[in-house]
Design a protein around this ligand. Structure first.
Ligand SMILES: CC(C)(COP(=O)(O)OP(=O)(O)OC[C@H]1O[C@@H](n2cnc3c(N)ncnc32)[C@H](O)[C@@H]1OP(=O)(O)O)[C@@H](O)C(=O)NCCC(=O)NCCS
Length: 335
């Protein structure tokens, strides 16, 4: 797509969409596959059900379904998109980018396309990319999708990880606005590769840290996670990101309509938001129905909040996430 020269004055979220595979799996269903139980999973994670994809439902299929709905809700046609960003750590293939396949599937060729691989932080990064392309005046409409099928990269014999995740896609369209008050007011992206082995997918022995990996589940090309380390890191990362967003913008807790966090674990989120000083009703939670859907989760939350009519123009919302890398980040928007 060609870059446009006119300078937009505002940036807004003009449409949302989501997609989950039809197969809904309960904790009791999982107890038939691995040695686990609803009594263990529910209180420690908040998860009750998740949706899992079949082998023939690709990441690009879920992403295309979600973004089609978002484009529609924005009152646009697929060909109105200038760029499509797909945040995923489970691409259909290494090449081409999943975003290219989605562009083709929704009939948006020759829209620009890029994948972002930042695990669960991917959608927050995608929102920043979109906001900057719009506010620079380069583009008018950018689709940002978080789409993941972590069920395809967990070891189904490892109860420590396989019970935590679900498959989904969530999408937002970011558009130029005539209202200069509508803006992405704050954005921050962080990483620390030194902590990478807390949550990673080693391909071979070469990727295992020197001295070995205690707790390695025995299967390469599957997700390895040190749950306790991730937990401690995430609580602090979430708190710091939100604190920084408020400090940078000069907004108070009362000014924030909703914090929309990556849905990783209810206990972790509860601990983090108590430390942040937000009341329960300002944190959106749907992990009970979808599990941890990686890059998709914030998109699912935003779509549900929008459908429920709980957000209006002028509201401030904070998107905040942490994940593999390790990575963490936030963005604060005036809708
Ligand atoms: C994953 C998590 C819920 C595990 O809770 P935990 O209290 O740390 O549990 P541990 O891994 O120490 O395991 C405690 C016991 O439960 C068992 N256990 C682990 N998973 C289990 C399961 N699904 N069902 C039943 N028992 C399980 C362990 O084998 C261990 O048993 P043992 O004491 O006999 O060895 C928790 O660490 C967590 O939420 N971490 C953050 C993970 C996350 O959010 N990752 C994504 C970030 S984007």
């Amino acid at each position: 797509m060609t870059a446009r020269s006119s300078r937009p004055v505002g940036v807004r979220i003009s449409g949302t969409g989501m997609a989950v595979p039809p197969r809904k799996v309960s904790n009791d269903d999982l107890a038939k596959i691995v040695d686990t139980s609803d009594e263990w999973i529910r209180p420690r994670t908040g998860i009750v059900t998740r949706h899992l994809s079949d082998d023939d439902q690709l990441t690009s299929d879920l992403a295309a379904q979600a973004v089609k709905q978002a484009v529609d809700n924005a009152g646009l046609k697929p060909t109105d998109l200038d760029l499509l960003v797909c945040a995923t750590m489970t691409p259909d293939m290494i090449c081409p980018a999943t975003a290219c396949r989605v562009v083709e599937k929704i009939g948006a060729v020759p829209c620009g396309a890029m994948d972002v691989n930042l695990a669960c932080t991917g959608l927050v990064a995608g929102l920043s990319i979109a906001a900057n392309f719009i506010s620079s005046g380069a583009f008018k409409n950018v689709a940002v999708i978080g789409a993941d099928r972590l069920s395809k990269i967990v070891n189904w014999e490892d109860r420590k990880t396989c019970v935590l995740f679900g498959d989904a896609a969530g999408a937002m369209i970011i558009s130029a606005s005539d209202n200069p008050q509508q803006q992405c007011l704050f954005q921050k992206l962080n990483s620390d590769g030194g902590m990478g082995e807390a949550l990673y997918v080693p391909r071979s022995e070469r990727d295992i840290p020197e001295g070995g990996h205690e707790g390695f589940n025995g299967k390469y090309d599957t997700l390895q996670m040190n749950g306790r380390e991730v937990y401690k890191f995430a609580v602090n990362a979430l708190k710091e990101c939100v604190h920084e967003a408020l400090e940078h913008t000069g907004l108070s807790h009362d000014d924030i309509k909703m914090v929309i966090p990556h849905q990783s674990n209810i206990r972790m989120l509860t601990t983090a938001w108590k430390k942040m000083g937000f009341p329960d009703d300002k944190i959106y939670i749907n992990i009970d129905r979808f599990g941890n859907t990686s890059a998709a989760s914030i998109g699912l939350c935003m779509h549900e909040l929008t459908e429920q009519g709980r957000l209006k123009e002028g509201d401030h919302v904070i998107f905040v996430a942490q994940g593999g890398g390790l990575t963490w980040g936030a963005s604060l928007w005036r809708l």
